[in-house]
Design a protein around this ligand. Structure first.
Ligand SMILES: Cc1ncc(COP(=O)(O)O)c(C=O)c1O
Length: 445
């Protein structure tokens, strides 16, 4: 049957697609296309090898097109493409859940699957609200996020998030949300390696919010252990512990959004382990499947899961929430194979062992023209440049595009360059990444 609508099948027609978080008109005028990937490298459309300094978008922690993960997904799609998610099950989702909770700290021993970090955040916020209601504390409906926080793009995530452009276009969002102050101060923290000494007192702002709203109205606090998207903001020493103490004192749930910090990024399985602070709920995605198939996982502690099981009638659905693709067979196959690779290649320990070399290489750029701060933790670096007068973000974008042309992929958030490579990176690749970045920052006006 022929269609009455004429379709232009020319692959060089870039018009139809609306790219996410991208300057579409600028991109289409000079597109950067990737056509292949293996290990630490992308292949660009013009046949160049581009060093992946960002693990895709902080997700390809085991490197690209890992043979074991690729084969597992290929085998699964041929065996069973999709399994009905509600009121039915398939073995791989249970196996993945069991293997995952064996890697989480404390009693974070139940897991709910979604497809993206944004969905994980919405899921976590909804679990927190329903948890209090089921326990007879339904007045606890307020959610506390943090300025400069990034929790994805759902209405829940942008409500508790604190990145202005992600919020200001989209109306009033969720009601009953308040924010802690951001933890970054260049004056007190510039060029810190790891956690800054200054800033633990900022956690005490939670006491102020409790004083303002009363604990009986507050359901949960959500923070990223390390903020990635806002430009690599590392928590001050003792800050997360202090938040935990204040939450405990007032019966408030603590949610860690570990979409970036989960699965080895800091050289530990999770940020909760790295910082030795146990949240009640933990969101993860990205590295969960090595970015191969979309998937997210929300971990909850025993008392959270049991509140749902104990306070719902026998035979009733305990949580009216879920996605068509929760626990998708392909994602589960990717997740299981990814966990094999992390374990067999010891990648989280490798990241920890490589972190000092990474830190030295990043901080060697200190003194380069326009750089005003360098922040590092695990295999993450944020390199902040002074914005061009009247053109915030322009310098960052130029550095990003010039690095790409020079064969290195980094990420620009405004004028902050973030680097977060696959955990398989070698020292000569770390050298190449920071040498290229330093040279280009030095060349750009
Ligand atoms: C901390 C955090 N939460 C949530 C998200 C959203 O994840 P997704 O883009 O998969 O929805 C991200 C994405 O970068 C993130 O860094």
């Amino acid at each position: 049957m022929s269609s009455s609508v004429a379709h232009d099948s020319n692959p060089n027609n870039l018009d139809a697609l609306w790219k996410p978080f991208s300057a579409n008109r600028q991109f289409k005028a000079n597109p950067r296309m990737l056509v292949g990937a293996k290990g630490m490298y992308y292949t660009s459309h013009d046949g160049r090898q581009v060093l992946d300094g960002t693990a895709g978008l902080w997700c390809v922690n085991a490197g690209h097109c890992n043979d074991h993960i690729v084969s597992a997904v290929q085998a699964q799609v041929a065996r069973m493409d999709y399994s009905k998610a509600f009121q039915m099950g398939h073995p791989a989702e249970f196996e993945l859940a069991a293997r995952l909770v064996a890697t989480t700290p404390g009693d974070l021993d139940h897991v709910f699957f979604g497809n993206s970090g944004s969905e994980a955040v919405d899921t976590a916020l909804k679990i927190a609200l329903a948890y209090h209601r089921l326990r007879g504390e339904g007045s606890r409906s307020r959610l506390i996020g943090r300025e400069k926080g990034y929790h994805g793009v759902g209405f829940g995530g942008i409500s508790v998030g604190g990145m202005v452009n992600n919020r200001k276009f989209f109306g009033p969002m969720l009601s009953g949300v308040d924010h802690l102050p951001a933890t970054y101060s260049r004056e007190h923290q510039a060029y810190t390696r790891g956690e800054p000494d200054w800033g633990v007192h900022l956690a005490d702002d939670l006491e102020r919010l409790v004083g303002l709203h009363d604990a009986s109205t507050i359901a949960a606090v959500i923070v990223e252990p390390v903020s990635g998207s806002a430009g690599v903001l590392i928590p001050p020493k003792g800050y997360l512990k202090r938040l935990r103490e204040i939450c405990d004192k007032h019966g408030i749930l603590l949610i860690f959004d570990e979409v970036i910090t989960g699965f080895g990024r800091l050289g530990a399985t999770f940020g909760a382990e790295y910082f030795d602070v146990l949240p009640d709920i933990m969101t993860t995605a990205k590295g969960l499947t090595n970015g191969t198939v979309p998937m997210s996982a929300v971990f909850v502690r025993k008392h959270v899961y049991e509140a749902f099981m104990d306070n719902s009638p026998e035979g009733a659905i305990e949580l009216f929430h879920g996605y068509t693709y929760s626990g998708h067979p392909l994602a589960c196959a990717a997740g299981l194979a990814t966990l094999d690779v992390y374990r067999d290649e010891g990648l989280f320990d490798r990241a920890a062992a490589m972190a000092p070399y990474w830190e030295d290489a990043a901080h060697s750029l200190k003194g380069t023209k326009n750089i005003v701060d360098i922040r590092t933790i695990g295999l993450v670096a944020g390199i902040e440049m002074e914005p061009r007068p009247g053109a915030p973000g322009a310098r960052g974008h130029e550095v990003f595009t010039k690095c790409y042309e020079a064969g290195v992929l980094v990420r620009a958030t405004g004028d902050i360059i973030a680097a977060s490579p696959p955990l398989i990176i070698e020292t000569h690749e770390i050298d190449k990444l920071f040498e290229t970045l330093g040279r280009i920052i030095g060349e750009v006006d």
